[in-house]
Design a protein around this ligand. Structure first.
Ligand code: MN
Length: 202
């Protein structure tokens, strides 16, 4: 049994205006596929890891994965999990604001939604080099904004990822070139808060 790449939940051009079709095609079909392929390659021959879920691999990396494979699994299980979540929390037209308990948790963190957006955008803009900005849920159900390098998953720290913004150059360079802040500012338009609230409620 190996991991497989799911199709996007919308057309490649569905987020045009914010993320262009060519970027979506390359990002999903090439970059994400490569994380899946390299994860499967890393797990090949590791009988003890057969049937272990993606989340389990990341939550228990050091306990369950042989040391020689930890780096590859960290990068490629992380890449697979991060991108799977990324596609799901976007939707054509977006949905405007957080709702329910998630909205309360965000207000507890940032005071109001406008402040939250500013803080998240700053975190995403200031991640040096490749990485992601994350909204995560902690064990006490509070939320936090963090950034992590490379394909490190919040699950490595026992944090539940609710939404993540990919700020690797492959995510935006064709349309925005060096203007990462413009990409970040536009991204809110396609963010699916209903899905993020669902992740929080889990
Ligand atoms: Mn990416």
């Amino acid at each position: 049994m190996s991991f497989t790449l799911s199709a996007l939940p919308y057309a490649y051009d569905a987020l045009e205006g914010v993320i262009d079709k060519e970027t979506m095609q390359i990002h999903h079909d090439k970059h994400h596929q490569t994380y899946v392929d390299k994860l499967n390659a890393a797990l090949e021959g590791e009988a003890v890891l057969v049937g272990v879920s993606l989340e389990d691999l990341l939550l228990n990396l050091e306990a369950k994965v042989p040391q020689a494979k930890q780096s590859a699994v960290r990068n490629h299980a992380g890449g697979h999990h991060n991108h799977s979540l990324f596609w799901e929390i976007m939707t054509p037209g977006g949905s405007n604001v957080p709702t329910g308990d998630l909205a309360i948790a965000i207000n507890n963190l940032s005071g109001d939604f406008a402040n939250f957006k500013t803080s998240f955008a700053e975190k995403a803009a200031s991640q040096f080099g490749s990485g992601w900005a994350w909204l995560v849920k902690k064990a006490d159900a509070s939320v936090e904004i963090i950034s992590l390098p490379n394909q490190d998953s919040p699950l490595l720290q026992g944090l539940t990822p609710l939404m993540g913004l990919d700020v690797w150059e492959h995510a935006y360079y064709l349309k925005y070139q060096n203007r990462r802040p413009e990409y970040i500012a536009a991204w809110w338009q396609v963010l699916n808060w209903d899905k993020v609230a669902e992740n929080y409620a889990k």
